[in-house]
Design a protein around this ligand. Structure first.
Ligand SMILES: Cc1cc2nc3c(=O)[nH]c(=O)nc-3n(C[C@H](O)[C@H](O)[C@H](O)COP(=O)(O)OP(=O)(O)OC[C@H]3O[C@@H](n4cnc5c(N)ncnc54)[C@H](O)[C@@H]3O)c2cc1C
Length: 462
């Protein structure tokens, strides 16, 4: 139980605001992106700087208070927040500094990917991230990071050069290839298990315009499209990426009215090779079968990165299930179509994110990310604005997952998992890297202070 005096003393030593139950703004401050999550923390600390983070970690540890770390607040299972504990909210630590000569960007722990893209795009540079610009840099990076640039430049962690970290004992360290390299290894895929990362430095690439966007097809053509897509992406040059989706057409521009709310399948493309070769690259894609809608064309990188932001505003109800997939068999495709035809709501969807290419050429033991040989990260999400529809969307997601899991590679991307999937699932995800993660956890966080995450437990001897 926290006593009032210690809270007052703690607050007096901070630059950032502390929000408590009963304060104006408390209900707003405890909201996360997934409207299904309703946690009530005891203290939300809007950390203004690294000093606030160190004081918060120390206070939580000394007072035996449950500690959550919030980056962008996007986590599916709501792992950026907790009941009754202290939330380190990194949102105010928001800066993105580009070094155009060195081709790097250093981003504060509270940045979203939109903040980073905004800072880098004026220099014609970018680093791989996810597909929605409001997602936090923190959680996405520490879990691995999959997106449009993965096939060309690898996972987000493959582009991470250095981090600043506040450890469980309150010390501040750098983790990179030369300093605390064991910690740096674990941070690249091991999630928020090892400390609070207050700063991330990434490698940048000359990406300015991308030739991309969706092509949509009738559901009746889904089997043919999926089989063709399976072959195409397995042999495509790294310059070309495209994730497959079942979706309902959003009821607004740029989609024509006759398609609104129609269940369809599609591929969201991103070609990052020489733009002069883009039309030629898409000739065979367009020749395969004429898409019902073809919105693919040249667009600035941040436009592709934020293309789906409006469709998925904060506060919707989300339920996620995921797997890694090596092969997309004809039988798996038949199961996919069964569920694609029964999408339970306008926002519900299934994505297959290709990971072959640059990400697969990094060794399994180079970072904590184990599934380097998977071809896709698969995710099915039941999504709807209305909590009254949760039973329906959750049931669809679970049945879909149950039907497809037998065709999967075993584990799942930690960032696509809900909070209650269990230790075995986490172990399956890290495979042979799990043992080393436990060793590093035991060294840097022996008491498991950082446990509001896909938890890697320290060994019992600590
Ligand atoms: C709409 C949507 C689209 C998405 N698309 C993609 C995608 O394309 N590619 C992809 O890879 N993922 C994607 N994700 C998943 C995303 O990577 C995870 O939800 C991720 O956890 C979000 O990070 P966050 O910082 O916003 O989350 P938060 O909820 O703030 O935190 C998530 C976890 O990370 C930890 N954490 C966050 N920041 C830090 C930090 N600085 N130091 C230590 N620990 C930290 C937290 O403790 C928590 O355990 C998407 C999610 C959503 C909701």
């Amino acid at each position: 139980m926290l006593n009032e005096n210690s809270i007052q003393e703690f607050k007096a030593g901070l630059r950032g605001a502390v929000i408590e139950p009963g304060d104006k703004g408390y209900d707003e401050a405890r909201k996360v992106y997934n409207g299904m999550i309703h946690k009530k923390p005891r203290l939300i600390v809007r950390c203004a700087d690294v000093a606030d983070v160190i004081r918060s970690v120390t206070f939580a540890r000394d007072n035996n208070v449950l500690l959550a770390i919030r980056g962008g607040g996007h986590n599916a299972g709501g792992l950026g927040i907790c009941d009754d504990g202290l939330v380190i909210d990194l949102a105010p630590i928001k800066y993105a500094r580009v070094d155009p000569a060195a081709r790097t960007v250093t981003a504060g722990g509270g940045c979203t990917w939109g903040d980073v893209d905004h800072a880098t795009h004026v220099f014609g540079l970018a680093t791989p991230s996810g597909i929605i610009s409001t997602t936090g840099v923190g959680g996405l990076t520490l879990g691995g990071g999959l997106g449009h640039l993965t096939r060309k430049f690898g996972l987000t962690i493959d582009n991470l050069l250095s981090t600043d970290v506040v450890l469980a004992n309150g010390t501040f360290v750098k983790a990179n290839a030369d300093e605390n390299s064991d910690l740096f290894w674990a941070l690249r895929g091991g999630g928020g298990n090892f400390g609070v990362v207050t700063s991330f430095t990434f490698k940048l690439h000359p990406i300015d315009m991308i030739y991309g966007g969706p092509t949509l097809y009738e559901l009746s053509e889904a089997a043919e499209v999926m089989k063709w897509y399976r072959e195409l992406i397995s042999t495509a040059l790294d310059d070309l990426s495209g994730f497959f989706a079942f979706m309902s057409v959003p009821p607004g521009p740029p989609f024509p009215e006759n398609l609104h709310r129609r269940k369809m399948c599609g591929i969201v493309w991103a070609y990052v090779g020489p733009q002069t070769k883009a039309e030629e690259t898409f000739k065979p894609i367009r020749a395969f079968t004429k898409p019902v809608l073809d919105l693919v064309g040249p667009l600035p990188q941040p436009a592709l990165q934020s293309m789906f932001d409006a469709l998925y505003p904060p506060g919707l109800q989300w339920y996620w299930k995921a797997d890694f997939v090596n092969e997309l068999s004809d039988d798996a495709i038949a199961e996919h179509i069964r569920f694609g035809e029964t999408l339970p709501s306008m926002h519900s969807t299934m994505h297959l994110y290709p990971m072959n290419g640059a990400a697969s050429r990094v060794s399994k033991s180079d970072t904590a990310w184990n599934y380097r040989d998977a071809t896709w990260a698969q995710v099915m999400v039941g999504v709807d604005p209305d909590p009254a529809n949760n039973d329906k969307t959750i049931a669809w997601t679970k049945s879909y997952y149950d039907a497809l899991h037998p065709y999967s590679a075993g584990g799942a991307y930690v960032n696509f998992m809900m909070a209650d999937e269990g230790e075995e699932r986490v172990k399956a995800t890290y495979g042979n890297n799990y043992r080393r993660l436990v060793e590093i956890k035991s060294k840097y966080d022996p008491k498991n202070l950082f446990r509001v995450n896909q938890n890697i437990k320290p060994s019992r001897n600590n």
